[in-house]
Design a protein. Sequence first.
Length: 223
Amino acid sequence: MERSLGISRTVIRDGMAELVRDGLVVKRHGAATRVADKPRQRRMDTSRYQEALDVLDKGGERPQTSAFVDEHDTTWDKYEIDADYRRDKANPRDADYLKIKIGSPVVRRLLLKIVDGKPEQIQRSTIPLPIAKGTHLEKPEVQPYPGGTIAELYDAGHRVTQVIEDAWARMPTGDERRMLQQVQPGPVWDIVRVFCTKDGPVEASRVITPAADNLLRFVTDLH
């Protein structure tokens, strides 16, 4: 290749490394280097929150699904969550998002969402302890919860009336790449999502998911 192209091996190696960093080429130890597969995009549509509330308000039998399951075009039996919960004290970021004092007791929840055996999303959720204490919001064994976080809060007596989201793209940390089993390097969406009731914020989540696989869609109904 060096002779036919008239370029050095160093230039070729550096160019290949950049293609790997951009997620265009997959390089594995002991396997042939190949062009990366085109990822399947999923729409993360904000209108799903209203749809979830409509189901909850209607009452009756609740379907075994959630917005996450619908977005990933899968079924409930193929969906699982590796959950880890613990009590902690609010840090400055928690205090800002949840409008509580620094040091206030909170419940921290780490949810690794898995579809058909493949990790798809990391969710770090924080809930003020007075809201979660003594409810299923403190019980990791109830995951996955039909209807997702909005349903969890609803069943604990907190009807969400507003969702605030901040989203940006960045490169994942080594720990995030490991948890998501990312073979192809590439950016992730880092989404901060705050659920509020008429009385104020009740839950704040930080969602980490591969950017190439997920297309954010914002829908605003004007009446």
